[in-house]
Design a protein around this ligand. Structure first.
Ligand SMILES: [Zn+2]
Length: 359
């Protein structure tokens, strides 16, 4: 998180041009009704900045008081999303995104094991991971399911890299799963969407697409943040599952289960406390570091970094952060053991559902 990439003049020029008129133009109009149920009983859930790369902008999540759906309002336009995604998983952010994803083995094993329990003794033969990022799910899941062929879909370059690394048998470099769904019909025993739906513009369109792509008996696995988690009250705008501005929508688990049924799925198992990812304190520490010592070479910086700012960045990331990683992780594990495992839910939920006949 210290400076790792040289900026080209073009990068700085691009960001400067994008930001010339401020960030207001990245947003559409504010909605007055809930995109999930249509209710007009909305309340502000949280206001946040972009805490990881410290790109400028302010974001609001609102909550529907009728169905508890939480969503970004006003929402970023396609151009706005492009601005905030740029250099996050690709470009300047690629090496970090790759590294962060590589730590996901425990969660990826649990995801594979949940499906394995419902897929019969031979396990699934073919599995499409939608929103696969850098493809680590396929790498780790193959340790549980060595006979399954994994394909992946993602808009970023990570999916191509996963193909090169041999983790994926096929890579779809796509941004729109719903447009591909008919063509994929019957090709997969399992489709997974791990921390994917919250990034999409219309989660129910994604469920409809999964229903078109799967034959009856096919399995759909979904994992996404649970915005009903009690820890949101502790961390507020620094609660990592909010992850502004990328996370656009947070259906409560009940809403998603109902939507699955409406789209021809029968939920088989729901994991809540088990799907908790104990990273809140660690990520709050990262956000503190990005606040104290932001990358002096970020091409979206408004002003050139001073020598002092460069020094603070260097000390924050090379001296302070490494000393605090393990204590932060210990607190996260303690919170998980002492609190989350005793509650009925954590900061994410995981569902496996079967595609039924008909519809
Ligand atoms: Zn609603």
């Amino acid at each position: 998180m210290t400076s790792t990439a040289e900026n080209s003049v073009d990068d700085r020029a691009w960001y400067a041009a994008q930001l010339a008129g401020g960030t207001a133009r990245f947003f559409g109009p504010r909605r007055h009704d809930c995109p999930w149920c249509g209710s007009t009983r909305l309340t502000v859930e949280v206001r946040s900045k972009e805490l990881y790369q410290r790109k400028p902008g302010r974001f609001t999540l609102e909550k529907c008081k009728t169905c508890n759906f939480v969503f970004q309002n006003p929402r970023l336009t396609g151009e706005g999303l492009n601005f905030y995604y740029r250099d996050f998983y690709d470009g300047r952010g690629a090496a970090q995104a790759d590294e962060m994803s590589s730590y996901g083995a425990p969660a990826n094993h649990a995801r594979a094991q949940l499906v394995q329990r419902h897929a019969g003794p031979d396990g699934p033969r073919s599995w499409l991971d939608v929103g696969t990022g850098w493809g680590y799910f396929a790498k780790h899941a193959a340790e549980i399911l060595p006979h399954t062929v994994f394909d992946g879909l993602d808009q970023g370059s990570g999916v191509d890299r996963a193909l090169e690394r041999g983790w994926l048998a096929h890579a779809y470099r796509e941004n729109a799963f719903p447009e591909l769904a008919d063509e994929l019909r019957g090709r997969y025993d399992v489709i997974s969407m791990h921390h994917y739906l919250e990034h999409t513009l219309d989660p129910r369109a994604e469920l409809a697409a999964a229903a078109r792509a799967l034959e009856p008996g096919g399995l759909l696995e979904i994992e996404m943040p649970d915005a009903e988690c009690v820890l949101r009250h502790v961390f507020r705008s620094w609660w990592v599952p909010y992850f502004q501005p990328q996370h656009l929508n947070f259906p409560p688990v009940g809403n998603l289960l109902q939507a699955l049924v409406e789209h021809g799925f029968r939920p088989l198992e729901v994991q809540q406390a088990e799907a908790h990812q104990p990273v809140e304190v660690l990520m709050a520490l990262v956000f503190a570091m990005t606040k104290i010592g932001p990358d002096p070479d970020h091409p979206w910086r408004a002003t050139e970094a001073s020598d002092l700012q460069r020094k603070v960045n260097q000390v924050a990331w090379t001296k302070v952060f490494p000393k605090l990683i393990n204590p932060a992780l210990k607190v996260d594990i303690l919170v998980n053991k002492a609190l989350i495992s005793r509650l009925s839910h954590g900061n994410a939920y995981r569902i496996v559902a079967v595609r039924e006949g008909g519809k």
